[in-house]
Every structure is written in structure tokens, then in C-alpha cells.
Ligand binder design. Structure first.
Ligand code: URA
Length: 197
């Protein structure tokens, strides 16, 4: 049944994908969410930012990264000349908020993964910027620690992926900001190179 569902999602266009996410009842999170959070920005974005899951504010507003971490993400994007809604799309691995912001559970990821996969196929971004251990390990299907994955280019379905610290983590860990800046410069540099080819 799961693979039939994944195949159906893989055939949806942007609008029906959005409708499917909005009405999704595939896992228990539909019972505790206020609303599903599809993502925000340009459906033809050059850069796709992928985070973990909606938090309280995202659940309330229906938009990813609108709380304190979101403000920092906006500033991080501004630092490399990017802006929410322009050449960027912002999404999460999970479309619904886990209660109390607990970690996503494997069955929730399994049920929700086809949505992000289809978003990636339809957007066809030049580059994906995965932020935080959860999004990184889920997207790249690895258990490797983030420290071992930073600073180089990865791939998901032929799309280059840069990994970086989650803005919520950066809000608490001052010394990592220099490293976060290097991740952002890698994003900017790759976008420039990819735009030139
Ligand atoms: N953290 C995330 O990973 N995603 C959001 O949308 C908000 C906070």
C-alpha cells in the first residue's frame, strides 16, 4: 500500500501535490497539527532549503521557518543575496508538526518522504541546502555525522546538495557561526557556478 501511495504522489502536479499535503492523514501527526505546512517560495526556485519539521509558529501560520530560527534563516539567505520567495523555496522533511517538537519518528518520515521527493522533482532546483542533522541524514540517507558531511557537495537524484547547521542550533551555539558562514559561502559559490553552466 505504501508503494502505491508513493507512486500516486510521484504523479501529482504542483497544485494537486499541495492539496494532497494539505489534506494528508497518512500518519498520526494529522491529529495534533493545526495545519500541514507545504512550503513557501518559488516553485521554480534555484535553491531549495530543506529543514526538519514545522514548529509551533509554523504550525500556526502554515509557513516554514517563521519563528526565531526562521528569522535567522532569512538573515543567512540575505547574507548570500537570496530572499524567501524569490529564487528560493523553503520546505521541511515533515509537513506536520510533531507534538512538542519531538523528533520525527521513522513511520512519519516514511509516510511524508514522497511529498518532499515530488517537490524536488517538480522544482528541479539547481542546489539543495539541507539544514540540520535530521534533514541532512534523511535526504542523503546516511548515518554519518554532519561534521563529516560539511564542506563538500553531495547529490540527491542528480541534484547537488550542500549541508549546513540548523538555524535553531546556531541560535544556541555561537562558536559555530563561522563554520555556518563557510557553508553559506559554499552555497553561494555553487549557485554561481551552476548558473554559469
Ligand atoms: N525548524 C525547521 O526545521 N523547520 C521549520 O519550518 C521551522 C523550524
Amino acid at each position: 500500500a505504501d508503494s502505491t501511495r508513493a507512486r500516486e504522489i510521484a504523479a501529482l502536479d504542483w497544485q494537486s501535490l499541495q492539496a494532497a499535503v494539505t489534506g494528508c492523514t497518512a500518519c498520526g501527526l494529522c491529529k495534533t497539527r493545526t495545519q500541514a505546512v507545504f512550503g513557501v517560495g518559488n516553485p521554480q526556485a534555484e535553491l531549495l532549503v530543506v529543514g526538519e519539521a514545522p514548529g509551533a509558529e509554523e504550525d500556526r501560520q502554515g509557513e516554514p521557518f517563521v519563528g526565531a530560527a526562521g528569522k535567522l534563516l532569512d538573515n543567512m539567505l540575505a547574507a548570500i543575496g537570496e530572499k524567501r520567495g524569490e529564487r528560493v523555496f523553503i520546505a521541511n522533511v515533515l509537513k506536520c508538526r510533531p507534538p512538542g517538537n519531538r523528533n520525527p519518528q521513522p513511520d512519519e518520515v516514511l509516510q511524508c518522504a514522497p511529498y518532499l521527493a515530488r517537490q524536488i522533482e517538480l522544482i528541479r532546483p539547481r542546489l539543495i541546502f539541507a539544514v540540520g542533522r535530521f534533514a541532512i541524514q534523511t535526504l542523503l540517507q546516511t548515518d554519518a555525522p554532519v561534521g563529516a558531511l560539511r564542506g563538500k557537495l553531495h547529490q540527491v537524484n542528480d541534484i547537488p546538495v550542500v549541508v549546513g547547521y540548523h538555524p535553531a542550533y546556531l541560535l544556541r551555539n555561537l562558536p559555530d557561526k563561522a563554520r555556518a558562514w563557510r557553508d553559506l559561502l559554499l552555497v553561494q559559490q555553487r549557485l554561481r557556478e551552476l548558473a554559469a553552466t
